[in-house]
Structures are given as C-alpha cells and as structure tokens.
Design a protein around this ligand. Structure first.
Ligand code: ARG
Length: 256
C-alpha cells in the first residue's frame, strides 16, 4: 500500500516539473532569444566602411546605419568583412543575411539579389597621383592608360564596358586600398572609384581627382532574393531613419 503512494507522489512531481519547464519555454518573451542578422561588407571604402585603426572593428556610415536599422526591427547585427566580389555570392548562398557596402543598385545585380530603396547617390571618379600631369577631358582620353579598379565594382565594369580591355589595360584588385596603393607606387596610371570616397582616400594618399564620369548610381542595402518580409522591415526602418534628425547626425559625423 505504501509503495503505491510513493509512486503516485513521484509521478505527480515529475509531471509538475515537466509542465513547469514546458510552460517556461513556451511563454517566455520572445525578446529573450536574440535575433541576429549577419551583415557582410567590404571594409575598404571609407567613410562608408573601414577598419577603425584603434579598435580594429569594422565601422563607418553603413555600419552605423545597419545597426540603427537592426535596433528598429529587433535584430542584433553581426558584421563580417570580405572581398567586394564575394559579397553578392555570399548573400546568394545564404552565408550572410544582408550586404551593406555602398552597393550600387544595378539591373544585373537585381537579377540575383533584392535591394532596399536608395539611400545615397554616387558617380565615378578617375583619380591620379597628385604629381601626375595626366589630363582627362573625355572618356576617350582613358584609352591607352593603365587603369586600376576594385574587382567587380561598378567602376571596374564601367571601364570594361565603355573603354574596353582592348583599348586600355584594366588591372583588377581585390580591394580599393590595394588599387590606390598600386596607383601611388606607380603600377597603374589611374584608378576608378566612387566619387563618394575620393576625399577620404585623399586624406591618406597623395592622389587627386582628374575626371568625373556621371554614372548616376544609387546605393541600396541588399538581401537575398524573395525575402519580402525582411525587405519591407528594412525599407520601413530606413524611411523612418532618413526622415529623422538621426540621419542628419549620421551624415554630419561621416561627411560633415
Ligand atoms: N558602388 C560601387 C559598386 O557597387 C563600389 C562599392 C564598393 N564598396 C565597398 N565596400 N568596397 O560596385
């Protein structure tokens, strides 16, 4: 008789424990599990993305912007740094969730990834060494020159498509920093880069802008194709931020 009571008690206690643990897992606030967005960039593009020399962290305008967006939509942001031409493939294969990299919205890229609404405008700049006497008055003047570019960027593609590799020597580098270093050390005559980063590079290297190609580009934040839920959230957050004083402060901090 006593054995029966002991067993009943044990069973009741076990059931109560299971129920309590279950109730905890099913009812705890969802905010406790931190949702993470893995965000890739190519940190060779100041002031949009670069490595902070003091902290060695990835920082810049884009990095702060995506963190602000993450905060609004309830995600913690984890940054990854990679070569520019690995960004889109990493997004396509799902290695990362988001790319923010001063990435120009183009029709070709829109075939394989989705973009947010535009948040910045750019053209392409042709830069030379500061002591160079190269004069460029039109795209034809680029013929016969040795031009450096960052692999896969819109500047690289512009030279390829509009000047042609039969009319100039186009040297592709895995980063803008490498391309600019090649310019300074005399391996190339000119480098093509977004107009938005020229003044930052001028601070660290003896270079100058000698021509502007009005490509009329817009930067967007990229995500995997078809993830409309995430895209809508990002767009809404971007809208709110761009229409608030936070935006002006961010612009002032990096471009002021
Ligand atoms: N806007 C250009 C493009 O989309 C260059 C972007 C380079 N960005 C970077 N983080 N390196 O091709």
């Amino acid at each position: 008789m006593e054995g029966k009571w002991i067993w009943t008690t044990v069973i009741v206690v076990v059931i109560v424990i299971i129920a309590a643990v279950g109730a905890y897992y099913f009812t705890r606030p969802s905010g406790e599990e931190e949702k993470v967005l893995v965000v890739a960039t190519s940190a060779d593009f100041p002031p949009f993305e670069y490595i902070d020399p003091d902290t060695q962290e990835i920082t810049g305008f884009d990095v702060e912007l995506i963190k602000m967006i993450g905060e609004k939509i309830g995600y913690k942001i984890e940054m990854r740094n990679m070569a520019f031409d690995s960004l889109i493939p990493s997004l396509q294969t799902g290695k990362v969730d988001v790319v923010i990299a001063a990435l120009t919205i183009t029709e070709e890229r829109e075939q394989v990834i989705d973009f947010s609404k535009p948040y910045w405008h750019a053209d392409q700049a042709i830069v030379a060494r500061k002591d160079s006497n190269i004069v460029i008055n039109s795209p034809e003047d680029l013929e016969g020159k040795v031009i450096g570019a960052s692999m896969g960027t819109t500047g690289f593609l512009w030279v390829k498509d509009n000047i042609g590799e039969d009319k100039c020597t186009l040297n592709a580098y895995s980063s803008f920093v490498d391309a600019v270093q090649a310019l300074v050390s005399g391996q190339v005559d000119l480098v093509i880069m977004d107009t938005t980063v020229v003044s930052s590079f001028e601070k660290s290297y003896d270079i100058k802008q000698v021509y502007t190609v009005e490509t009329g580009e817009n930067y967007g934040i990229a995500i995997q194709k078809g993830n409309t839920e995430l895209l809508n959230k990002i767009n809404q957050a971007l809208d709110e931020i761009m229409n608030s004083p936070e935006w002006d402060q961010l612009v002032e901090k990096y471009f002021g």
